[in-house]
Design a binder for this molecule. Structure first.
Ligand SMILES: C[S@@+](CC[C@H](N)C(=O)[O-])C[C@H]1O[C@@H](n2cnc3c(N)ncnc32)[C@H](O)[C@@H]1O
Length: 638
């Protein structure tokens, strides 16, 4: 399908007269991807497993467990047994019973009627409450059955649908997933049973790994023949619903078209299918960068450690593909060169800058992406420079030495660790790009503290400052992976670089740590303790949320107003060099809308001067253990 979104379309005919006919007509001939159907054992629908091949049962069918199972555990077990026997991959439970008996708001009643009315209402409410309690009991028993099924089956994906018209739908999902502690292979689906939505509830759903949207065919409004003439689609969906559908289409959701009473497959559902395909086709096209990065969506990567490890050629190529970063560095160096030229001329009006060029030292030059930009900045500003490229990766140094630099500018390549280098002269401008997804996490502070002795007294560092930021995030898919696949403490106490796919930032983004360069000589401590940091946060949650950790970002002031940022608030447009960082927490934390979520974060330098690590914790509404104590699970080597 167009624009690289991978939506699967599924039809749920009601009732199925002939299972095989439905399958042949809708999957084989019409082109639906999946058939959603009840699997009642001994019933008229699927009389034999030989109606389809094992591959078809596994790949093309969503098997629906019937609603009668909700308070009949024997029937539930029988249907589950049949689904397992068939080898069904997608098993959809019946939705919870809805609690009709909710207490409605008592309206003001005239004084003389008040007593009678109140008695009547009280009576009614008692009845409703009782009814509601019995439904709640049924639902909790049903949750137990679901839990047993989840724990017993291997290789299936389980889907539990919720009515979007129920404003507690997300909370119900949250309760059962916490109750079952089934973090993977168990997904919610949304039944779009109403044209209007509860905005807050929908907000809570936005970060979930929703497996399917179930659209009853009577949700579509049929257009009059007049509007048909004006080339409008034969069917339309309510605006809010369309927005929701588009949001989830981008996340490659399954769409289940459910046949409503009085609607025909050929005349109604097939047209609705085409309408939805058009909606998908008109979604914004992904850029080539977005397409490439889709492969990395929700993929947990260990942050690079360019100080400890020597990067490979492919990593440098990825850096260099992001021209935006290099343009910003060029701009920063250009502006700094103009300022230095002015300053040096002010100090000595007779100075010949060709004889006494501005000295630029690029520390950590990789294979030369920024070297090239420094030369261009010098040409554009017409300020002569003497340029040094310092790099400790021996392979990158080979490339640096052999590159034919633009304009045949000389580059003095030095193969060394910047922290121990004794330069033949000092520089005016020290340029570096040692920034990680959380700013300081590739040890820029330690490297630049060590290197700053190469700076003249009035010399500057590009960047001059960087700040990290973070906010709580819901990211069930990633948490599930860490919780179940790795299911160990180490996995949940490590930070990861991630292109978030199914997630939602849950509060305002707050500043964490700040580093500036160069530092006054006296503030640099031998034991590196000046690079320790601590920060506490109070995040206010916008919606009922389940928090799975923190998303981290950074910004950097390169020179004066030249800045780059990965903070979503002011992300540098088109800049692709850094994905956010993810700090998981050992247990998800539920916070109600408007509630406070308090957390703390430390950057710790070790006594043996060999590593840097982060520790983090949650202090409200629950207290979690301090994560990664003494860097036991993850650290960055110096
Ligand atoms: C993130 S890469 C940036 C490369 C290049 N400046 C660019 O933007 O294309 C950081 C580079 O700094 C080098 N590096 C890190 N720490 C260093 C150190 N202490 N001394 C010298 N080079 C270092 C790494 O080997 C790596 O090539």
């Amino acid at each position: 399908m167009s624009n690289n979104y991978n939506v699967k379309y599924c039809i749920e005919p009601k009732p199925i007269v002939s299972f095989t006919d439905s399958f042949d007509d809708e999957i084989e001939d019409f082109g639906f991807n999946l058939l959603c159907t009840s699997l009642v054992p001994d019933g008229v629908i699927a009389k034999s497993d030989m109606l389809l091949s094992c591959g078809q049962w596994a790949d093309d069918i969503i098997g629906v467990i019937s609603p009668e199972c909700i308070d009949d555990s024997k029937k539930f077990q029988a249907e589950m047994g049949w689904a397992t026997y068939l080898g069904i991959t997608y098993i959809m439970f019946a939705p919870f019973l809805s609690e009709e008996g909710k207490v409605s708001k008592i309206e003001e009643i005239k004084e003389d009627e008040k007593k009678k009315e109140t008695e009547k209402k009280e009576e009614e409410e008692k009845k409703k409450k009782k009814q509601s309690e019995s439904i709640q009991d049924k639902n909790i028993n049903y949750s137990r059955m679901i839990n047993s099924a989840l724990k017993g089956a291997i290789g299936s994906d389980f889907i539990l649908p919720f009515y979007l018209s129920d404003k507690n739908s997300w909370n119900k999902w949250n309760e059962i997933r916490l109750m079952t502690e089934s973090y993977s292979s168990f997904y919610p689906a949304l039944i779009l049973d109403s044209g209007s939505v509860h905005t807050e509830c929908v907000e809570s759903w936005m970060g979930e790994n929703v497996k399917a949207l179930i659209i009853p065919s009577d949700l579509f409004a049929k257009q009059s023949s007049k509007s048909k003439k004006s080339n409008q689609a034969a069917y339309q969906l309510p605006k809010q619903i369309l927005q929701l559908i588009k949001h989830f289409m981008i996340q490659d959701i399954d769409i289940i078209l459910r046949q409503s009473e009085g609607h025909k497959i050929r005349t109604d559902l097939h047209k609705q299918y085409h309408y939805l395909r058009r909606i998908q086709k008109n979604l914004p096209k992904l850029t080539s960068w977005e397409i490439a990065n889709r492969d990395f969506e929700d993929y947990l990567q260990d942050p690079l450690q360019p100080l400890k490890d020597n990067l490979e050629s492919s990593s440098y190529q990825v850096f260099e593909d992001d021209t935006i970063k290099y343009e910003l560095y060029e701009k920063a160096v250009y502006k700094a060169l103009l300022d230095f030229a002015k300053l040096r001329k002010k100090e000595d009006p007779k100075i010949d800058l060709k004889e006494n060029p501005i000295v630029v030292m690029l520390v950590g030059s990789g294979r030369g992406g920024i070297v090239r930009r420094c030369i261009i900045a010098s040409h554009k500003s017409k300020v002569p420079i003497r340029l040094y490229a310092i790099e400790k990766n021996p392979s990158a140094v080979i490339t640096l030495r052999n590159n034919k630099w633009e304009y045949d500018h000389e580059v003095i390549v030095v193969d060394t660790d910047m922290r121990v280098w004794n330069p033949p002269e000092k520089c005016d401008i020290m340029v570096s790009e040692l920034l990680g997804s959380f700013g300081d996490n590739e040890l820029s502070p330690e490297c630049l503290d060590g290197a700053q002795k190469i700076l003249k007294k009035d010399g500057i560092s590009i960047p001059s400052e960087y700040n990290s930021f973070m906010c709580p995030i819901t990211t069930p898919k990633l948490f599930n992976e860490l919780f179940e696949k790795k299911n160990n403490l180490k996995g949940l106490e490590t930070s990861y670089v991630v292109n978030f796919g199914k997630y939602k930032y849950l509060s305002n983004i707050q500043k964490v740590f700040t580093f500036t360069h160069p530092l006054p000589k006296e503030s640099i401590k031998k034991d590196n303790s000046h690079n320790d940091r601590f920060k506490s946060f109070n995040f206010v949650l916008k919606n009922d949320s389940l928090i799975h950790g923190f998303a981290g970002f950074f910004d950097a002031i390169l020179y004066k107003d030249v800045k780059l940022s990965t903070n979503p608030i002011d992300h540098t447009p088109q800049m692709a060099s850094w994905f956010p960082i993810y700090f998981p927490i050992q247990k998800p934390v539920f916070v109600k809308a408007g509630g406070n979520f308090k957390a703390s974060m430390w950057r710790c330098t070790s006594n043996d001067l060999k590593r840097i690590f982060y520790e983090w914790t949650v202090t409200s509404p629950v207290i979690l253990p301090i994560h990664n104590v003494n860097g036991r699970s993850s650290a960055i080597d110096l």
